[in-house]
Design a protein around this ligand. Structure first.
Ligand SMILES: *Cc1c(COP(=O)(O)O)cnc(C)c1O
Length: 355
């Protein structure tokens, strides 16, 4: 043990990779920092978390993650302001959602102080990795998976909780055209769509690849039952602006309760933008695109914050959404990122100082 931070044991890496990193040209999530947080569930409880050198992990081939997919994750970001202070955005909401996801996947829930103190200790140790450049941040990936052994199809008796971090630039580059899905589903009533469960994303890759082959970048997921309602945009929540009203679907078993989504709703309302949380039909969006009242469509999630959609395909027709001068997307994105990076007041109390 080298030190203790917030009661967390720290084992420092002998060398650093940071000098090889070009912080002016960061991609998303490809370069990992020098350390990670590691915490094991065994003998019926979560053991003390530790910050250790970032390194590969060894697992038994019968570990249940490989066979039954028991795994959940979170996505969050840390920012460094001009004074070098480090900030998180609504981190307790990520912690709570991780446990909501875990519960659904029969994974034991994690104590709050293991998550928060572990995360803060890791950010202290890897503080030099938190970018200061405009648009960049430290992407944080907490995840839990079944490391316990055996081919019996039942919950594992051992789990691993890890937090790994990647200094990252912006998530999407360029135009995003989407295909409204008519056949495949991301989630279903009674299923696990509300959880950040690894398998949800595995199930999205094939239909997304089919859309990419047709020239789109993403799929707009529709409800599994009728495919008549617009639900999510890839792994992001979706917002539609018809005339001046911003609309997003209600969270459910099928629609994930995104932290960016709920922040956008609150922020937009506080700025006097009319917001409706209600089901959105594909036909009203197609109609609005035809008559010109569809002003904007964008995805919302931690990675991209807001990702504007420039057009969509549906039933072999393509519809353009021309770029607007005073788009809600750029207005809301600026306000949210200014709060996240401590460039503006935070009347909502969303910003969390890492001390
Ligand atoms: C993570 C995620 C979101 C966005 O959630 P944020 O908390 O805003 O990052 C939306 N939809 C799906 C399916 C997701 O996995």
């Amino acid at each position: 043990m080298d030190a203790l931070i917030n009661d967390i044991e720290i084992i420092k890496a002998k060398t650093t990779k940071i000098n090889d990193v070009d912080f002016d040209n960061l991609t998303f999530g490809k370069i990992l920092t020098d350390h990670m947080l590691e915490c094991d569930f065994k003998d019926g409880k979560w053991q003390a978390p530790k910050v250790v050198p970032y390194q590969p992990i060894t697992l038994d081939p019968s570990a249940k993650i490989f066979h039954y997919g028991q795994s959940v994750f979170e996505g969050m970001k840390a920012y460094k302001d001009a004074d070098g202070t480090v900030w998180l955005f609504r981190p307790l909401d990520n912690f709570k959602r991780l446990n909501i996801s875990s519960k659904r996947l029969a994974i034991p829930e994690l104590p709050e102080d293991y998550f928060m103190n572990g995360l803060k200790a890791l950010l202290k140790v890897d503080s030099d990795w938190i970018p200061r450049n405009e648009g960049s941040s430290l992407y944080i990936r907490p995840f839990i998976f079944a490391s316990g052994k055996g081919f019996h199809a039942s919950p594992a008796d051992e789990y691993k909780f890890i937090i790994a971090c990647a200094p990252s630039g912006s998530y999407f580059s360029g135009e995003v055209k989407v295909l409204i899905e008519e056949k495949y589903s991301r989630s279903a009533n009674g299923g696990v769509g509300f959880a950040k469960a690894g398998g949800n994303y595995a199930g999205q890759f094939y239909p997304t690849q089919l859309a990419v082959d047709k020239g789109y970048q993403q799929v707009i997921w529709t409800d599994d039952n009728t495919h008549e309602y617009i639900e999510e945009a890839g792994a992001m929540n979706i917002f539609v602006r018809i005339n001046d009203t911003l609309i997003t679907g209600p969270t459910s078993d099928r629609i994930l309760d995104g932290i960016t989504r709920k922040s956008i709703i609150e922020l937009a309302q506080s700025k006097g933008i009319p917001v409706e949380v209600r089901k959105i039909t594909v036909s009203e969006v197609v109609e609005a695109a035809k008559n010109g009242s569809l002003k904007e469509m964008f995805g919302a999630g931690t990675a991209a914050v807001i990702s504007p959609i420039s057009g969509f395909g549906y039933k072999n027709e393509d519809y353009d959404i021309p770029e607007m001068e005073d788009a809600y997307a750029s207005f809301l994105k600026k306000h949210i990122t200014d709060i996240q990076t401590n460039k503006s007041e935070d009347p909502f109390g969303w910003r969390y100082k890492v001390e």
